[in-house]
Design a protein around this ligand. Structure first.
Ligand code: ADP
Ligand code: MG
Ligand code: ZN
Length: 474
Protein backbone atom coordinates (compact mmCIF):
# COMPACT_ATOMS: atom_id res chain seq x y z
CA UNK A 1 0.00 0.00 0.00
CA UNK A 2 1.33 3.46 -0.85
CA UNK A 3 -1.16 5.05 1.54
CA UNK A 4 -0.58 5.75 5.21
CA UNK A 5 -3.28 5.77 7.89
CA UNK A 6 -3.79 8.85 10.07
CA UNK A 7 -5.60 8.28 13.35
CA UNK A 8 -6.85 10.59 16.13
CA UNK A 9 -8.71 9.30 19.19
CA UNK A 10 -11.41 10.87 21.36
CA UNK A 11 -11.62 9.28 24.80
CA UNK A 12 -14.44 9.72 27.27
CA UNK A 13 -13.46 8.85 30.82
CA UNK A 14 -16.10 8.66 33.55
CA UNK A 15 -14.76 10.26 36.71
CA UNK A 16 -14.92 8.45 40.06
CA UNK A 17 -16.53 11.26 42.03
CA UNK A 18 -19.20 10.36 44.58
CA UNK A 19 -21.74 12.79 43.17
CA UNK A 20 -22.65 14.12 39.73
CA UNK A 21 -21.06 17.14 38.06
CA UNK A 22 -23.85 19.69 38.61
CA UNK A 23 -26.04 18.21 41.38
CA UNK A 24 -25.61 16.09 44.50
CA UNK A 25 -27.10 12.86 43.07
CA UNK A 26 -25.00 9.72 43.53
CA UNK A 27 -22.94 8.42 40.60
CA UNK A 28 -23.13 4.83 41.85
CA UNK A 29 -23.42 2.28 39.04
CA UNK A 30 -26.17 -0.35 38.95
CA UNK A 31 -28.89 1.29 41.07
CA UNK A 32 -32.55 0.72 40.05
CA UNK A 33 -33.45 2.95 37.06
CA UNK A 34 -34.20 6.63 37.75
CA UNK A 35 -33.47 6.47 41.50
CA UNK A 36 -30.36 8.69 41.31
CA UNK A 37 -32.09 11.70 39.84
CA UNK A 38 -33.25 15.15 40.92
CA UNK A 39 -34.78 18.21 39.23
CA UNK A 40 -31.31 19.40 38.14
CA UNK A 41 -30.17 16.26 36.30
CA UNK A 42 -33.71 15.69 34.98
CA UNK A 43 -33.54 19.13 33.37
CA UNK A 44 -36.61 20.63 35.03
CA UNK A 45 -37.33 24.26 34.12
CA UNK A 46 -35.74 26.89 36.32
CA UNK A 47 -33.15 24.71 38.07
CA UNK A 48 -29.54 25.84 38.34
CA UNK A 49 -26.41 23.71 38.00
CA UNK A 50 -23.63 23.98 40.62
CA UNK A 51 -20.16 22.76 39.60
CA UNK A 52 -18.67 19.89 41.64
CA UNK A 53 -15.19 21.00 42.72
CA UNK A 54 -13.81 17.45 42.75
CA UNK A 55 -14.56 17.14 39.03
CA UNK A 56 -12.23 20.08 38.45
CA UNK A 57 -9.58 18.53 40.74
CA UNK A 58 -9.73 15.29 38.74
CA UNK A 59 -9.64 17.04 35.35
CA UNK A 60 -6.60 18.99 36.59
CA UNK A 61 -4.87 15.79 37.68
CA UNK A 62 -5.25 14.34 34.18
CA UNK A 63 -4.25 17.62 32.55
CA UNK A 64 -1.00 17.79 34.53
CA UNK A 65 -0.28 14.07 34.12
CA UNK A 66 -0.50 14.48 30.33
CA UNK A 67 1.67 17.61 30.19
CA UNK A 68 -1.14 19.98 29.24
CA UNK A 69 -1.25 23.70 29.80
CA UNK A 70 -4.07 24.55 32.22
CA UNK A 71 -6.34 27.42 31.15
CA UNK A 72 -6.53 30.11 33.87
CA UNK A 73 -10.07 30.72 32.66
CA UNK A 74 -12.31 28.17 31.00
CA UNK A 75 -15.98 28.12 30.22
CA UNK A 76 -18.91 25.72 30.06
CA UNK A 77 -21.00 25.67 26.89
CA UNK A 78 -24.30 24.19 25.82
CA UNK A 79 -24.13 21.61 23.04
CA UNK A 80 -27.65 21.47 21.65
CA UNK A 81 -29.20 18.35 20.15
CA UNK A 82 -32.33 16.32 20.59
CA UNK A 83 -32.22 12.77 21.85
CA UNK A 84 -34.44 10.99 24.38
CA UNK A 85 -31.53 10.33 26.77
CA UNK A 86 -30.80 14.06 27.07
CA UNK A 87 -33.57 15.64 29.18
CA UNK A 88 -32.42 19.28 28.87
CA UNK A 89 -32.13 19.16 25.09
CA UNK A 90 -28.50 20.18 25.49
CA UNK A 91 -25.38 18.73 27.06
CA UNK A 92 -23.22 20.95 29.25
CA UNK A 93 -19.70 20.62 27.89
CA UNK A 94 -16.72 22.87 27.24
CA UNK A 95 -16.10 24.22 23.78
CA UNK A 96 -13.97 27.25 22.83
CA UNK A 97 -12.31 27.43 26.23
CA UNK A 98 -11.52 23.94 27.56
CA UNK A 99 -9.76 23.44 30.88
CA UNK A 100 -6.54 22.14 29.29
CA UNK A 101 -4.74 22.06 25.93
CA UNK A 102 -1.43 21.25 24.20
CA UNK A 103 -0.34 18.14 26.08
CA UNK A 104 1.32 14.89 25.09
CA UNK A 105 2.09 11.41 26.33
CA UNK A 106 4.76 8.91 25.33
CA UNK A 107 3.88 5.44 24.10
CA UNK A 108 6.12 2.48 23.33
CA UNK A 109 5.53 0.25 20.31
CA UNK A 110 7.99 -2.47 19.24
CA UNK A 111 10.65 -1.07 21.53
CA UNK A 112 10.37 2.46 20.10
CA UNK A 113 9.12 5.48 22.00
CA UNK A 114 6.70 7.82 20.27
CA UNK A 115 5.12 11.09 21.34
CA UNK A 116 1.37 11.48 20.83
CA UNK A 117 -0.02 15.00 21.14
CA UNK A 118 -3.09 15.77 23.25
CA UNK A 119 -5.11 18.52 21.63
CA UNK A 120 -7.38 19.23 24.58
CA UNK A 121 -9.07 17.91 27.68
CA UNK A 122 -12.48 19.18 28.67
CA UNK A 123 -15.15 18.43 31.25
CA UNK A 124 -18.73 17.52 30.40
CA UNK A 125 -21.77 15.66 31.67
CA UNK A 126 -22.79 12.17 30.58
CA UNK A 127 -26.21 11.48 29.03
CA UNK A 128 -28.77 8.93 30.24
CA UNK A 129 -29.12 5.42 28.93
CA UNK A 130 -31.73 4.05 26.55
CA UNK A 131 -32.87 0.50 27.19
CA UNK A 132 -34.45 -1.12 24.18
CA UNK A 133 -37.14 -3.71 24.90
CA UNK A 134 -36.18 -6.83 22.93
CA UNK A 135 -39.82 -8.02 22.64
CA UNK A 136 -41.83 -4.86 22.02
CA UNK A 137 -41.20 -1.77 19.86
CA UNK A 138 -40.57 0.26 23.01
CA UNK A 139 -37.53 1.88 24.60
CA UNK A 140 -37.16 2.99 28.20
CA UNK A 141 -34.80 5.60 29.51
CA UNK A 142 -32.72 5.52 32.68
CA UNK A 143 -31.52 8.94 33.84
CA UNK A 144 -29.18 7.65 36.58
CA UNK A 145 -26.19 8.30 34.31
CA UNK A 146 -27.37 11.78 33.32
CA UNK A 147 -24.93 14.30 34.78
CA UNK A 148 -22.22 11.79 35.70
CA UNK A 149 -18.93 13.65 35.14
CA UNK A 150 -16.76 12.89 32.13
CA UNK A 151 -13.53 14.21 30.81
CA UNK A 152 -13.00 14.05 27.07
CA UNK A 153 -9.39 13.66 25.97
CA UNK A 154 -8.81 14.47 22.29
CA UNK A 155 -5.56 13.40 20.63
CA UNK A 156 -3.75 15.01 17.74
CA UNK A 157 -3.86 12.92 14.54
CA UNK A 158 -0.40 11.54 15.44
CA UNK A 159 -1.28 7.85 15.53
CA UNK A 160 -0.31 5.77 12.48
CA UNK A 161 -1.24 2.15 13.15
CA UNK A 162 -3.84 0.14 15.08
CA UNK A 163 -1.03 -1.06 17.39
CA UNK A 164 -0.11 2.54 18.22
CA UNK A 165 -3.78 3.25 18.92
CA UNK A 166 -3.83 0.28 21.32
CA UNK A 167 -0.64 1.42 23.05
CA UNK A 168 -2.01 4.97 23.39
CA UNK A 169 -5.27 3.71 24.92
CA UNK A 170 -3.46 1.42 27.37
CA UNK A 171 -1.12 4.21 28.44
CA UNK A 172 -4.00 6.69 28.94
CA UNK A 173 -5.96 4.15 30.92
CA UNK A 174 -2.93 3.32 33.08
CA UNK A 175 -2.49 7.05 33.84
CA UNK A 176 -6.20 7.45 34.73
CA UNK A 177 -5.98 4.45 37.05
CA UNK A 178 -2.74 5.61 38.69
CA UNK A 179 -4.46 8.93 39.34
CA UNK A 180 -7.45 7.02 40.77
CA UNK A 181 -9.88 9.20 38.85
CA UNK A 182 -11.45 6.60 36.50
CA UNK A 183 -11.75 2.82 36.73
CA UNK A 184 -11.01 2.46 33.01
CA UNK A 185 -13.52 -0.28 32.36
CA UNK A 186 -14.17 -0.38 28.59
CA UNK A 187 -16.73 -3.19 28.77
CA UNK A 188 -18.87 -1.27 31.28
CA UNK A 189 -18.43 2.00 29.39
CA UNK A 190 -16.52 4.01 31.97
CA UNK A 191 -13.71 4.37 29.39
CA UNK A 192 -14.95 4.89 25.82
CA UNK A 193 -13.16 5.50 22.58
CA UNK A 194 -14.21 7.04 19.26
CA UNK A 195 -11.61 6.61 16.56
CA UNK A 196 -11.15 9.09 13.70
CA UNK A 197 -9.29 7.75 10.73
CA UNK A 198 -8.28 8.79 7.23
CA UNK A 199 -5.66 7.62 4.78
CA UNK A 200 -3.39 9.70 2.56
CA UNK A 201 -0.65 9.05 0.01
CA UNK A 202 2.73 8.54 1.66
CA UNK A 203 4.69 11.81 1.69
CA UNK A 204 1.63 14.08 1.63
CA UNK A 205 1.17 16.43 4.60
CA UNK A 206 -2.50 17.37 4.31
CA UNK A 207 -5.18 15.23 5.92
CA UNK A 208 -7.55 13.01 3.95
CA UNK A 209 -11.30 12.78 4.55
CA UNK A 210 -11.93 11.02 7.85
CA UNK A 211 -14.55 8.68 9.17
CA UNK A 212 -15.39 8.37 12.84
CA UNK A 213 -15.71 4.86 14.29
CA UNK A 214 -17.92 4.11 17.26
CA UNK A 215 -19.22 1.16 19.26
CA UNK A 216 -15.93 -0.46 20.21
CA UNK A 217 -15.97 -1.69 23.79
CA UNK A 218 -12.59 -3.35 24.09
CA UNK A 219 -9.02 -2.63 23.03
CA UNK A 220 -9.20 -5.49 20.54
CA UNK A 221 -12.35 -4.00 18.99
CA UNK A 222 -10.59 -0.66 18.49
CA UNK A 223 -7.58 -2.29 16.86
CA UNK A 224 -9.71 -4.56 14.67
CA UNK A 225 -12.11 -1.78 13.62
CA UNK A 226 -9.18 0.45 12.63
CA UNK A 227 -7.45 -2.31 10.63
CA UNK A 228 -10.71 -2.99 8.84
CA UNK A 229 -11.32 0.71 8.09
CA UNK A 230 -7.75 1.18 6.79
CA UNK A 231 -8.48 -1.62 4.29
CA UNK A 232 -11.83 -0.17 3.25
CA UNK A 233 -10.60 3.39 2.75
CA UNK A 234 -7.44 2.15 1.01
CA UNK A 235 -9.33 0.15 -1.58
CA UNK A 236 -11.86 2.95 -2.16
CA UNK A 237 -9.02 5.30 -3.03
CA UNK A 238 -7.20 2.73 -5.11
CA UNK A 239 -10.42 2.28 -7.13
CA UNK A 240 -10.46 6.03 -7.74
CA UNK A 241 -13.45 6.53 -5.40
CA UNK A 242 -13.83 8.99 -2.53
CA UNK A 243 -14.14 8.42 1.22
CA UNK A 244 -17.38 9.90 2.57
CA UNK A 245 -17.09 11.84 5.84
CA UNK A 246 -19.40 9.92 8.14
CA UNK A 247 -19.83 8.09 11.43
CA UNK A 248 -19.50 4.32 11.16
CA UNK A 249 -20.38 1.61 13.66
CA UNK A 250 -18.15 -1.37 14.37
CA UNK A 251 -20.04 -4.66 14.15
CA UNK A 252 -17.95 -7.06 16.24
CA UNK A 253 -19.98 -10.12 15.19
CA UNK A 254 -19.44 -9.53 11.47
CA UNK A 255 -16.03 -7.88 11.84
CA UNK A 256 -16.96 -4.92 9.63
CA UNK A 257 -17.84 -1.24 10.00
CA UNK A 258 -21.20 0.00 8.71
CA UNK A 259 -22.34 3.51 7.90
CA UNK A 260 -24.46 5.04 10.68
CA UNK A 261 -24.99 8.68 9.80
CA UNK A 262 -23.33 11.55 8.00
CA UNK A 263 -20.84 13.26 10.31
CA UNK A 264 -22.28 16.24 12.15
CA UNK A 265 -20.34 19.52 12.12
CA UNK A 266 -19.70 21.66 15.21
CA UNK A 267 -22.05 24.40 13.95
CA UNK A 268 -24.89 21.88 13.90
CA UNK A 269 -24.81 21.93 17.69
CA UNK A 270 -25.32 25.68 18.07
CA UNK A 271 -22.79 25.85 20.88
CA UNK A 272 -23.06 28.87 23.15
CA UNK A 273 -21.68 29.71 26.62
CA UNK A 274 -23.93 28.38 29.38
CA UNK A 275 -25.42 31.47 31.05
CA UNK A 276 -26.14 29.47 34.23
CA UNK A 277 -22.48 28.77 35.01
CA UNK A 278 -19.76 31.25 35.79
CA UNK A 279 -16.48 31.11 33.92
CA UNK A 280 -14.14 28.73 35.76
CA UNK A 281 -11.08 30.52 37.14
CA UNK A 282 -8.15 28.34 38.19
CA UNK A 283 -5.31 30.11 39.96
CA UNK A 284 -1.69 28.98 40.17
CA UNK A 285 -2.10 27.86 43.75
CA UNK A 286 -4.81 25.39 42.78
CA UNK A 287 -2.63 23.99 40.00
CA UNK A 288 0.39 23.70 42.34
CA UNK A 289 -1.68 21.94 44.97
CA UNK A 290 -2.79 19.33 42.40
CA UNK A 291 0.75 19.03 41.03
CA UNK A 292 2.04 18.22 44.52
CA UNK A 293 -0.64 15.57 45.03
CA UNK A 294 0.21 13.59 41.87
CA UNK A 295 1.55 10.08 42.42
CA UNK A 296 4.52 8.68 40.53
CA UNK A 297 3.11 7.98 37.04
CA UNK A 298 3.53 4.81 34.96
CA UNK A 299 6.30 6.14 32.70
CA UNK A 300 8.37 7.46 35.63
CA UNK A 301 7.85 4.27 37.60
CA UNK A 302 8.88 2.20 34.61
CA UNK A 303 12.17 4.03 34.12
CA UNK A 304 12.86 3.87 37.84
CA UNK A 305 12.32 0.09 37.77
CA UNK A 306 14.82 -0.15 34.90
CA UNK A 307 17.50 1.95 36.66
CA UNK A 308 17.00 0.98 40.30
CA UNK A 309 16.21 -2.71 39.88
CA UNK A 310 18.13 -3.27 36.64
CA UNK A 311 15.08 -4.90 35.08
CA UNK A 312 14.65 -5.35 31.31
CA UNK A 313 12.26 -2.83 29.74
CA UNK A 314 9.79 -5.65 29.10
CA UNK A 315 9.59 -6.57 32.80
CA UNK A 316 9.37 -2.93 33.89
CA UNK A 317 6.51 -2.25 31.45
CA UNK A 318 4.53 -5.24 32.63
CA UNK A 319 5.12 -4.69 36.35
CA UNK A 320 4.08 -1.03 36.19
CA UNK A 321 0.89 -1.70 34.21
CA UNK A 322 -0.98 -1.07 37.45
CA UNK A 323 -0.01 0.67 40.65
CA UNK A 324 -1.10 -2.33 42.72
CA UNK A 325 1.10 -4.73 40.75
CA UNK A 326 4.08 -2.37 41.00
CA UNK A 327 3.49 -2.05 44.77
CA UNK A 328 3.31 -5.82 45.10
CA UNK A 329 6.62 -6.20 43.29
CA UNK A 330 8.34 -3.57 45.42
CA UNK A 331 6.99 -5.04 48.66
CA UNK A 332 8.33 -8.43 47.65
CA UNK A 333 11.77 -7.01 46.69
CA UNK A 334 11.85 -5.36 50.12
CA UNK A 335 11.77 -8.81 51.72
CA UNK A 336 13.86 -10.57 49.09
CA UNK A 337 16.24 -8.13 47.40
CA UNK A 338 16.82 -9.98 44.12
CA UNK A 339 14.62 -7.99 41.72
CA UNK A 340 14.98 -10.17 38.62
CA UNK A 341 14.12 -13.35 40.54
CA UNK A 342 11.07 -11.61 42.06
CA UNK A 343 10.08 -10.26 38.63
CA UNK A 344 10.24 -13.75 37.08
CA UNK A 345 7.98 -15.19 39.78
CA UNK A 346 5.50 -12.30 39.67
CA UNK A 347 5.23 -12.21 35.87
CA UNK A 348 5.24 -16.00 35.61
CA UNK A 349 3.65 -18.07 38.36
CA UNK A 350 1.77 -15.31 40.16
CA UNK A 351 0.09 -13.67 37.15
CA UNK A 352 -0.70 -17.10 35.68
CA UNK A 353 -2.38 -18.15 38.93
CA UNK A 354 -4.37 -14.90 39.12
CA UNK A 355 -5.41 -15.23 35.47
CA UNK A 356 -6.54 -18.81 35.95
CA UNK A 357 -8.84 -17.72 38.76
CA UNK A 358 -9.83 -14.47 37.08
CA UNK A 359 -8.51 -12.47 40.03
CA UNK A 360 -6.78 -9.12 40.18
CA UNK A 361 -3.56 -8.48 42.07
CA UNK A 362 -5.62 -6.91 44.87
CA UNK A 363 -7.24 -10.32 45.41
CA UNK A 364 -4.01 -12.32 45.43
CA UNK A 365 -4.04 -15.29 47.81
CA UNK A 366 -0.23 -15.03 48.09
CA UNK A 367 1.01 -11.92 49.90
CA UNK A 368 4.35 -10.37 48.86
CA UNK A 369 5.81 -11.43 52.24
CA UNK A 370 4.82 -15.05 51.61
CA UNK A 371 6.26 -15.06 48.08
CA UNK A 372 9.51 -13.65 49.51
CA UNK A 373 9.54 -16.46 52.12
CA UNK A 374 9.22 -19.00 49.32
CA UNK A 375 12.11 -17.42 47.42
CA UNK A 376 14.24 -17.54 50.58
CA UNK A 377 13.52 -21.26 50.95
CA UNK A 378 14.88 -21.82 47.43
CA UNK A 379 17.80 -19.49 48.01
CA UNK A 380 18.91 -21.26 51.17
CA UNK A 381 18.60 -24.67 49.51
CA UNK A 382 15.75 -25.92 51.70
CA UNK A 383 13.70 -26.71 48.59
CA UNK A 384 14.61 -27.03 44.92
CA UNK A 385 13.34 -24.61 42.28
CA UNK A 386 11.20 -27.39 40.87
CA UNK A 387 9.55 -28.24 44.18
CA UNK A 388 9.00 -24.51 44.72
CA UNK A 389 6.45 -24.53 41.88
CA UNK A 390 4.51 -27.25 43.70
CA UNK A 391 4.72 -25.31 46.95
CA UNK A 392 3.54 -22.14 45.17
CA UNK A 393 0.48 -23.91 43.71
CA UNK A 394 -0.32 -25.14 47.20
CA UNK A 395 0.08 -21.59 48.59
CA UNK A 396 -2.45 -20.39 46.01
CA UNK A 397 -5.02 -23.09 46.74
CA UNK A 398 -4.66 -23.34 50.53
CA UNK A 399 -3.43 -19.87 51.43
CA UNK A 400 -0.89 -21.51 53.76
CA UNK A 401 2.64 -20.32 54.49
CA UNK A 402 5.40 -21.94 52.41
CA UNK A 403 7.22 -23.30 55.51
CA UNK A 404 4.04 -25.01 56.68
CA UNK A 405 3.51 -26.61 53.29
CA UNK A 406 7.11 -27.78 53.02
CA UNK A 407 7.02 -29.24 56.52
CA UNK A 408 3.62 -30.90 56.27
CA UNK A 409 4.24 -32.43 52.85
CA UNK A 410 7.83 -33.42 53.59
CA UNK A 411 9.21 -31.46 50.64
CA UNK A 412 12.54 -30.48 52.18
CA UNK A 413 15.31 -30.89 49.65
CA UNK A 414 17.67 -33.85 50.15
CA UNK A 415 21.17 -32.44 50.45
CA UNK A 416 22.68 -35.27 52.46
CA UNK A 417 25.36 -36.65 50.09
CA UNK A 418 25.28 -40.12 51.67
CA UNK A 419 21.53 -40.36 51.22
CA UNK A 420 21.79 -39.26 47.61
CA UNK A 421 24.64 -41.71 46.94
CA UNK A 422 22.52 -44.50 48.34
CA UNK A 423 19.64 -43.72 45.99
CA UNK A 424 22.01 -43.44 43.03
CA UNK A 425 23.45 -46.83 43.94
CA UNK A 426 19.98 -48.36 43.64
CA UNK A 427 19.24 -46.63 40.33
CA UNK A 428 22.54 -47.82 38.80
CA UNK A 429 21.81 -51.34 39.97
CA UNK A 430 18.37 -51.19 38.28
CA UNK A 431 19.82 -50.13 34.90
CA UNK A 432 22.98 -52.18 34.25
CA UNK A 433 22.64 -51.91 30.45
CA UNK A 434 22.45 -48.11 30.54
CA UNK A 435 25.43 -48.06 32.89
CA UNK A 436 27.59 -50.01 30.49
CA UNK A 437 26.35 -47.92 27.54
CA UNK A 438 27.34 -44.81 29.48
CA UNK A 439 30.76 -46.21 30.21
CA UNK A 440 31.02 -47.15 26.52
CA UNK A 441 30.73 -43.48 25.62
CA UNK A 442 26.98 -42.66 25.58
CA UNK A 443 27.45 -39.85 28.11
CA UNK A 444 24.13 -38.35 27.07
CA UNK A 445 22.57 -40.95 29.36
CA UNK A 446 23.53 -38.80 32.33
CA UNK A 447 20.24 -36.94 31.94
CA UNK A 448 18.37 -40.24 32.07
CA UNK A 449 20.04 -41.18 35.36
CA UNK A 450 19.38 -37.76 36.85
CA UNK A 451 15.73 -38.18 35.87
CA UNK A 452 15.53 -41.57 37.57
CA UNK A 453 17.07 -40.22 40.78
CA UNK A 454 14.68 -37.25 40.81
CA UNK A 455 11.78 -39.61 40.23
CA UNK A 456 12.89 -41.84 43.09
CA UNK A 457 13.08 -38.83 45.40
CA UNK A 458 9.90 -37.22 44.03
CA UNK A 459 11.90 -34.22 42.90
CA UNK A 460 13.41 -33.54 46.28
CA UNK A 461 17.06 -34.36 45.63
CA UNK A 462 19.33 -31.36 45.13
CA UNK A 463 19.90 -31.50 41.33
CA UNK A 464 23.40 -30.07 41.52
CA UNK A 465 24.54 -32.68 44.04
CA UNK A 466 22.84 -35.47 42.06
CA UNK A 467 24.79 -34.48 38.95
CA UNK A 468 28.10 -34.34 40.78
CA UNK A 469 27.75 -37.60 42.65
CA UNK A 470 26.34 -39.43 39.61
CA UNK A 471 29.34 -38.48 37.45
CA UNK A 472 31.71 -39.56 40.17
CA UNK A 473 30.01 -42.93 40.71
CA UNK A 474 29.63 -43.66 37.00
P1 ADP B 1 -15.40 15.97 16.40
O1 ADP B 1 -15.92 16.23 17.78
O2 ADP B 1 -16.13 16.62 15.32
O3 ADP B 1 -15.18 14.53 16.12
P2 ADP B 1 -12.80 16.85 17.30
O4 ADP B 1 -11.94 17.91 16.69
O5 ADP B 1 -13.24 16.99 18.69
O6 ADP B 1 -13.98 16.67 16.30
O7 ADP B 1 -12.02 15.49 17.24
C1 ADP B 1 -11.52 15.07 16.09
C2 ADP B 1 -10.53 13.93 16.28
O8 ADP B 1 -10.26 13.46 14.99
C3 ADP B 1 -9.20 14.36 16.84
O9 ADP B 1 -8.66 13.30 17.61
C4 ADP B 1 -8.36 14.60 15.62
O10 ADP B 1 -6.99 14.35 15.84
C5 ADP B 1 -8.91 13.60 14.64
N1 ADP B 1 -8.89 14.01 13.25
C6 ADP B 1 -9.31 15.19 12.74
N2 ADP B 1 -9.17 15.19 11.40
C7 ADP B 1 -8.68 13.96 11.05
C8 ADP B 1 -8.37 13.33 9.81
N3 ADP B 1 -8.51 13.95 8.64
N4 ADP B 1 -7.90 12.08 9.86
C9 ADP B 1 -7.76 11.44 11.02
N5 ADP B 1 -8.05 11.96 12.21
C10 ADP B 1 -8.52 13.21 12.24
MG1 MG C 1 -15.93 13.09 17.34
ZN1 ZN D 1 -29.38 15.09 40.16
Amino acid sequence: MNHEPVIGLEIHAQLLTKSKIFCSCSTEFGAPPNTHTCPVCLGMPGVLPVLNRTVVDYALRMALATNCAVAPLSRFARKNYFYPDLPKGYQISQYELPIAEHGHILIEVNGETKRIGITRIHMEEDAGKLIHDPYRPVSSVDFNRTGVPLIEIVSEPDIRTPEEAGAYLRQLRAILRYLEICDGNMEEGSFRCDANISVRPVGVDTLGTRTELKNMNSFKHVENALACEIERQGSLIEDGKKVVQETRLWDPAKGITVSMRSKEEAHDYRYFPDPDLLPLVIDEQWVEEIQRSLPELPAAKKSRFITDYELPSYDAELLTASRALADYFEACVNHFPEPKTVSNWVMGSLLAALNAENKTIEQTPVTPERLAELLRLIDSGVISGKIAKTVFDEMVSSGNAPETIVREKGLVQITDTDAIAEIIQKVLADYPKEVSDYKGGKTKLLGFFVGQVMKATRGKANPKLVNEILKEML
